[in-house]
Write a protein that binds this ligand. Structure first.
Ligand code: CMC
Length: 428
């Protein structure tokens, strides 16, 4: 039986249906509010606004829970590969052996770029940011492939999803190679998804790079942990663009751009820059946190805080252990890991962070892993984008398959000039 919230407005009472999610989350359905009352709701930054109903990812920010299609992230991190996780997110179930093999084969077969695509790379100035190249090249890909997918046509969607997941990894490696002036390395059909990426990143024509199992495992884990995170800035952007009926590639290219900034995917770069600065200037965690707490500047402890998590981000827990394990196995002593651990310990006991419920997020330790693997700093957010691609595709599919889907079009409260006269130029 539907429950209702009652709203008193201008002497009248309105009943707004209460919707309940799978895990007991409650939402007030205001979709008819404006037509019934003339009012809109205002929620700058969408802090309390549910933009859709989704069956892909569940987060309980108070309990530090994250699940993809119902499966806890800790289990997927331990048992599933990135390719299997991608399939799970997009199609809603763990693949059977046949489904997995078919999907993996599609990824392998579509890993190379059209020869003409390679020419685009040459046109970007050296030192171009790989995020700019990546989003531009995914859009360029849509001019070669023209993805056309009818709602509910899962076979076609799967083909294009595999192409996009596979080729965005090739584009990422090629964007790095072209940014440093090295020849682009072709993918190999005998390598799996992660190893193939490492090969394209680090092989040179005169020397083949061979990934160790530890490195390949760590990168696989990184990608699994980044694969989806419900309605964040970039995923909402993908849905927004898709709602206007833009194609899959164009929508995901917009997602790449939305991910770029330091408050979102760019935070993994900012964390390492922050730790490097502390090291360079000899700042103790205490001195650095004093700077952060000084409200006369807008400095933040990067890799801390989250709109949804008000408790530990489960991904940060997993990545912290993974970073320690990887560095041990590679016999690397990275001073930044120790500094990050000390900084986190100090912040977690500091009233400023405790009161605001600020905890390490996914970006706090991920850069340590990427550094150990040898990924250059300006590629960190690109790595995030490769990982997030299945989540964006899953959200694109969910929206595209919904016959009742409307175009995303928020309202606003206008606070500008009232109706004004046009003034001739000589009188201004
Ligand atoms: N360092 C210092 N203070 C902070 C931080 C931080 N990292 N994060 C939030 N605060 C303070 C903020 O100043 C505000 O204080 P007050 O109430 O006194 O004004 C309060 O905490 C609430 O902050 P907010 O900006 O209103 O919170 P939000 O939910 O809008 O922002 C966030 C979430 C992730 C953008 C923010 O915590 C942040 O900027 N963190 C650092 C950047 C970062 O690590 N981003 C990665 C997020 S996880 C991966 C992803 O989504 O891409």
């Amino acid at each position: 039986m539907t429950e209702f919230a009652r709203l008193e407005l201008d002497g009248r009472t309105y009943e707004l249906p209460i919707l309940v999610g799978t895990e007991g989350e409650r939402a007030i359905d205001i979709s008819k509010l404006r037509s019934q009352t003339g009012y809109i709701t205002l929620d700058d930054g969408y802090v309390n606004t549910g933009s859709c109903q989704s069956a892909i990812t569940f987060i309980d920010g108070d309990e530090g829970i994250l699940r993809y299609r119902g499966i806890p992230i800790e289990t997927l991190a331990e048992r599933s590969s990135f390719v299997e996780t991608a399939y799970l997110l997009i199609f809603g179930h763990l693949p059977t052996s046949t489904e997995r093999e078919e999907f993996a084969e599609q990824l392998t077969q579509s890993s190379a770029l059209h020869q003409a695509m390679n020419k685009h790379f040459e046109a970007f100035p050296t030192q171009s940011h790989p995020m700019a190249i990546m989003s531009a090249m995914i859009n360029a890909l849509s001019t070669h492939e023209r993805p056309k997918i009818d709602p509910g046509d899962d076979a076609t969607l799967q083909r294009y999803a595999a192409r996009l997941i596979s080729k965005s990894r090739t584009i990422a490696a090629a964007s790095y190679k072209s940014s440093i002036g090295d020849p682009i390395i072709y993918p190999r059909h005998d390598l799996k998804y992660v190893d193939n990426f490492l090969h394209m990143m680090f092989s040179v024509p005169y020397k083949e790079y061979v990934a160790t199992p530890e490195v390949s495992h760590a990168l696989n884990l990184f990608l699994v942990l980044h694969a989806d995170h419900e309605q964040n800035c970039s995923t909402s952007t993908v849905r927004m663009v898709a709602s206007g009926e833009a194609n899959l590639y164009a929508s995901c290219s917009a997602g790449v751009v939305a991910l770029w900034g330091a408050k979102h995917g760019g935070a993994n770069v900012a964390v390492v820059q922050m730790l490097q600065r502390m090291r360079r200037e000899g700042l103790t965690p205490h001195q650095f946190l004093t700077e952060v707490k000084d409200r006369s500047n807008d400095r933040r402890l990067m890799g801390f805080g989250h709109r949804v998590y008000r408790n530990f981000d489960p991904r940060a827990k997993i990545l912290r252990t993974a970073a320690e394990r990887l560095l041990n196995s590679m016999k690397i002593q990275d001073p930044l890991l120790g500094m990050a651990q000390e900084l986190a310990e100090e912040a977690l006991q500091d009233d400023y962070f405790v009161e605001r419920k600020l905890y390490p997020n996914v970006d706090f330790y991920s850069g340590i892993i990427l550094r150990a693997i040898g990924i250059p700093l300006n590629m960190y957010t690109v790595m995030f984008a490769i990982g997030r691609m299945p989540g964006w595709i899953a959200n694109w599919k969910e929206l595209h398959d919904n016959p009742a889907q409307k175009i995303y079009r928020p309202r606003q409260l206008y606070v500008g000039n009232p109706k004004s006269e046009w003034v001739p130029r000589h009188e201004r």
